[in-house]
Design a protein around this ligand. Structure first.
Ligand code: EPZ
Length: 440
């Protein structure tokens, strides 16, 4: 039976929420443990679906995973790792995109990897061509079959020179997880340099890898012959933090996000201040609140780090529906990340989507017929409505809008939100939202 969340909006969210390890780091650090010859320990692990999926995938490959959900401590022992049955990989991969990152570690560990057709959020085409090209360059043989991709390295994996067409987070992680045990030196140009990439590098360095990050998006990896385990506390989830910050603004509330880190949210905090949000930072987190009065409109473009992250765009668009005047948002990372605005329009927001690039950042989508720019006119009074969640960030943004709206919203498809927001129903309830969870 599916879950239905019924929300009565119009109440400011107030109180404290705790944010644990980043969804976009923890599963990758778990995959990295496969490369070691000793057990690893990961701390600050949240209870989210992506962690469950990777736990299952590691387990069917012979990695012993022990979790203590209360403390968030995870022990991963790869010493008995082996190849899994293709049907089992298929059954456990769920709708995650993480399986593609098993390729390098599995080839090093067992000589081969099988990757089923991938899922992930419906926010664009989300191809894996960079990943496959990277793996081929290292010397892997890629065979596409009817149910997935079989990858092997009959002649071993060798260090290479690579230049990514775009600073893809996943492709950069693919290179790191493959190059650390490849023979020789790998040089990657145009790499992603998100904080989660630096945290993965910290994990790999603890295991014995030799990795240098240069200021021009170049990463140099000197292959070693053996890696050990790691003991690491995962970087906190900056995307969840930004979502709570937007929730405070939209509901005219006041939320202390325990675990939020200023350094990783720099571009977000600048924007938050420009729109009229207030924040104060201490050693344990960041307090976000609405200062009263009206919010100011903005011109905003998403970008790779250190720019304004695409995962912050959706909650920020909800906040912009409450700003007095016209805002423009140009999405340059994913071509179809405005699908969630359809529900906001039904709630009373005024949002027009455009195919043109309404911004100056170089963008891959301008001449390709994608509705990737938004013009938002505010402030709009939002009304509750029925919503079926389209994707992770869009879904949480719908909840934010519903909590600010007048009247009742009935939200289905909330299972998607569990992929990245730990115990979000308990958290919004704790902040004073009027919600009821039922089965339909
Ligand atoms: C990661 O996705 C995150 N997911 C995304 O988080 C995040 O939005 C994204 O990085 C950008 O920061 C995880 O870490 C699990 P990319 P990833 O490769 O690695 C194109 C969230 O809500 N591309 O940096 O898959 C791609 O289509 C999410 O938490 C190719 O063309 O993103 C996109 O336009 C969703 N070919 C761009 O690159 C490829 O082979 C950036 O994607 C790979 C990517």
């Amino acid at each position: 039976m599916a879950q239905l969340l019924t929300l009565q909006g119009g109440k400011p969210l107030e109180g404290t929420v705790k944010v644990r390890g980043a969804k976009n780091l923890v599963p990758k650090a778990m995959v990295a443990s496969l490369l070691g010859s000793e057990p690893s320990q990961l701390r600050n692990v949240p209870e989210i679906k992506d962690v469950d999926i990777v736990t299952s995938l590691l387990t069917i490959h012979g990695v012993k995973v022990d979790a203590d959900p209360a403390t968030g401590d995870l022990t991963l022992d790869p010493r008995q790792a082996y190849s899994a049955e293709h049907s089992e990989v298929d059954a456990h991969a769920g709708d995650s995109r993480i399986p593609i990152l098993f390729c390098g570690p599995l080839m090093h560990k067992t000589g081969e990897a099988f990757i089923p057709d991938l899922g992930g959020c419906r926010i664009g085409d989300r191809p894996i061509d960079y990943h496959l090209e990277v793996l081929r360059t290292f010397g892997a043989v890629v065979d596409k079959g009817p149910t997935g991709i079989h990858i092997s390295a009959p002649k071993g994996l060798h260090g290479v020179k690579l230049d990514l067409p775009y600073p893809s987070v996943g492709a950069t992680e693919q290179v790191l997880l493959t190059a650390v045990l490849a023979e020789g030196i790998t040089e990657l140009k145009n790499a992603a340099v998100e904080p989660e990439i630096h945290d993965l590098i910290a994990v790999l360095q603890q295991m014995g890898a030799i990795i240098t990050v240069y200021t021009d998006r170049t990463i140099r990896i000197e292959g070693v012959t053996k890696l050990g385990g790691y003991k690491h506390r995962a970087i906190p989830d900056r995307n969840e933090s930004a979502s709570w910050a937007s929730a405070a603004l939209v509901t005219r509330g006041d939320i202390y996000v325990q675990g939020a880190v200023q350094r990783d949210l720099s571009a977000f905090l600048n924007t938050y201040r420009k729109i009229g949000g207030e924040f104060s930072v201490d050693d344990d987190g960041i307090r976000f609140w609405h200062a009263g009065g009206t919010l100011k409109p903005l011109v905003l473009e998403t970008d790779v780090h250190p720019g304004f992250m695409t995962d912050w765009q959706q909650p920020m668009v909800v906040a912009l529906t409450q700003a007095e005047g016209v805002s423009i948002v140009h999405e340059t990372v994913y071509e179809e990340r405005f699908g969630f605005t359809e529900a906001l329009q039904r709630m009373g927001a005024s949002i027009q989507l455009h195919r043109e690039c309404l911004g100056s950042n170089p963008c891959r989508f301008g001449q390709r017929n994608f509705l990737h720019s938004a013009v938002i006119s505010g402030a709009s009074e939002l009304r509750g409505t029925d919503i079926d969640v389209p994707d992770l960030r869009g879904g949480f943004s719908h909840l934010i809008a519903a909590m600010a709206a007048q009247g009742t919203s009935r939200v289905t498809g909330i299972e998607i939100i569990n992929r990245g927001y730990e115990k979000f129903v308990d958290k919004i309830t704790g902040l004073g939202a009027d919600v009821e969870l039922s089965r339909v």
